[in-house]
Design a protein around this ligand. Sequence first.
Ligand SMILES: *Cc1c(COP(=O)(O)O)cnc(C)c1O
Length: 514
Amino acid sequence: MNVQGRPTRPETSAVPSRETFTRNRGLNMEEALIFETGRLDATGVDIDDPEPFRSRLGPHARGSAIELPGLTEPETIRHYVRLSRNNYSIDAGIYPLGSCTMKHNPRLNEKIARLPGFADVHPLQPVSTAQGALEIIEALADALLTMTGMDAVAMSPKAGAHGELCGMMAIKAAIEARGEGATRRVVLVPDSAHGTNPATAALIGYSVRSVPAGADGNVSAEAVRAALAPDVAAIMLTNPNTCGLFERQIVGIAEAVHEAGAYFYCDGANFNAVVGKTRPGDLGVDAMHINLHKTFSTPHGGGGPGAGPVALSSRLAPYAPVPFVKREGAALRLVEHAEGGASFGRMCAFHGQMGMFVRALTFILSHGADGLKQASEDAVLSANYIRASLNDAMSAPFGERPCMHEALFDDRWLKDTGLTTLDFAKAMIDEGYHPMTVYFPLIVHGAMLIEPTESESKASLDLFIMTLRDLAIAAIAGERERFQSAPVDAPRRRLDETRAARQPVLRWTKPQPA
Ligand SMILES: *Cc1c(COP(=O)(O)O)cnc(C)c1O
């Protein structure tokens, strides 16, 4: 067990899964690796042998077969369809992974993103032929500025964590421009922060000073003042925070940070809870990334594409990265080089995730100002419905306090059951649900963080709540076997996630003939 109560080794259950001849169980198909099923002589295409030709590769020409697996077309399709059926997705059911905001991706977004003018645009085509694409970037940037009340926005970062890096590099550039690069070496990070925050600060050479969150789950201006010193460059604060709570003292924190000559980085990954209700620019934020893939519903997960534009205050705007779009008369220009300005440089080769920009702008325009505000309100309402409906069955670290977009429970209620948060989460898999986020935030023991999002119907929320109640009653009633052997019906049981992360096996090696 680690300090959050998470078992650090997998408990493999004593109950064997039912044996079948094929190792399939009903529609649960056992699928081998493509390297194991593929054959060198099989192919899905029928093309003539090439005419004799003289290779110009000389000594670099490969002498042996490349040994890519060959499959016929029907075999290929079955392979990938079977694999895809082992996946859980938001299109299959509620995906209550706290902090990740897995909401419905409207099909209108996909339809628009597939229009040939958007889908086929190339980052290297002449700017005069890509004015429509630049207009999308500009329109989305304008919308983000309106929603955040900030002064500039850097569009190129490709994920939330990349956005953090962008914002912190702008802060670093601003501090260096003030001649304080050598003295301001510390970034304050509350202990309730998302793990990417301290990682970002460390990546660009800052040391991290932790600020404790209070018993109410919030960071107080007093605690921030106590940690501030002339060596502090910035604070990185998540709002709404990782406990799903609005930081009540955020304005006081911003004032304290600015008085100390430091900058205020706000992790705005959870903007989906406040968009249309409050603007970070009004709260004193200097830089904040927005996860387009969370707030504005673009498909993500499994390393899928994200986009993390960073809104900047007037103090940081001059340091924004290139490239950016600039209107010159009727035309849009792509500024590719700092051109003597203070830009800290470039985050990535091109302009960011164009396909995600199109989807996010479609989401914004199809919702409108009233619809976006409603989405925030519904996301918060859904989370509070879950919190209030389960408060008597499970324990909540912050009691009756209303939450924002996600409801947080801890494991105190499991105390005398011999069961852990992990057991409870695994039992949800047998019920057909993807578990909530577990053991995060780190400051809550055995945390269970549930984010239903605005796109679940009341019927869906009710069934989810009833399922969790049923499981909670079973846990309290001492049905240990049901939990400790879970998941029974999944294609795999409990995996050693720690070992998978520490010793990943990424390469298939051909078994040697015996
Ligand atoms: C999701 C999230 C991030 C990281 O975003 P990625 O796009 O996954 O890099 C950072 N902070 C918070 C609070 C988040 O919820």
